[in-house]
Design a protein around this ligand. Structure first.
Ligand code: 13P
Length: 252
């Protein structure tokens, strides 16, 4: 079965109630390809999850940007996977590079989080990606393979996992990976899944690209055979997010 195009909007730590309402109103009015062509998931900050879920059109889903690594309890400031399930939030983004670097989340910790979130019934957008220094030293594939291995070590069923390749040097910088650069890593990641997990998982797992995706560069990226969609930061707060969703039609 063909992999369904996937577009995620990561709002990061942005938005007021008024701004959130405006974005949702804009999305609700948009004409986009049907949900058998593209799966759309938006990820507001925790505090707006229920609000966004209650206002959002029913063909778009909602994701949290993080969750706690195990069952909830005495973990001040954390949000557990069980709570997200209880609120009816189907998706969570885990292992984003901003959390890996700023909050020192290790590969193993991210692997544990992915495993626990899946065990609770959440679907996971798991992020991997190399820094500029790592790319320039030629270790891109070694880095993303180690990050993916830490996940695959803890995960036996990949059905509910979307893998997001987000090169750190492209995030929020306006310096998007070229279609060839994205395709190369996506294809290598798919091969890694084939060699280390299974041919079926390699064939069926969506590998999406993130890092300075916008309305102008999305089509060329979407045309790459191993690019199965996007995880969008800055542009997901703007009307051009609709154009990015529409780039799904490139696959048809
Ligand atoms: P930008 O699209 O703002 O570069 O962010 C990408 C990202 O980090 C999505 O998770």
């Amino acid at each position: 079965m063909a992999r369904k195009f996937f577009v995620g909007g990561n709002w990061k730590c942005n938005g007021t109630t008024e701004e959130v309402k405006k974005i949702v109103t804009m999305l609700n009015k948009a004409e986009v390809p049907s949900d058998d062509v593209v799966e759309v998931v938006v990820s507001p900050p925790f505090i707006f999850l229920s609000f966004v879920k209650s206002l959002m059109r029913s063909d778009f889903e909602v994701a949290a940007q993080n969750c706690w690594v195990r069952k909830g309890g005495a973990f001040t400031g954390e949000i557990s996977a069980e709570m997200l399930v209880n609120l009816g939030i189907p998706w969570v983004i885990l292992g984003h590079s901003e959390r890996r670097s700023l909050l020192k989340e290790s590969d193993e910790f991210v692997g544990d989080k992915v495993s626990y979130a899946l065990s609770q019934g959440l679907k996971v957008i798991a992020c991997v990606g190399e820094t500029l220094e790592q790319r320039e030293s030629g270790s891109t594939m070694a880095v993303v393979a180690a990050q993916t291995k830490a996940i695959s070590d803890k995960v036996s069923n990949w059905t509910n996992v979307v893998l997001a390749y987000e090169p750190v040097w492209a995030i929020g910088t306006g310096k998007v990976a070229t279609p060839a650069q994205a395709q190369e890593v996506h294809s290598d990641l798919r091969k890694w899944l084939k060699d280390n997990v299974s041919a079926e998982v390699a064939e069926s797992t969506r590998i999406i690209y993130g890092g300075s995706v916008n309305g102008a560069n999305c089509k060329e990226l979407a045309a790459q055979p191993d690019v199965d969609g996007f995880l969008v930061g800055g542009a997901s707060l703007k009307p051009e997010f609709i154009d990015i969703i529409k780039s799904a039609t490139v696959k048809q």
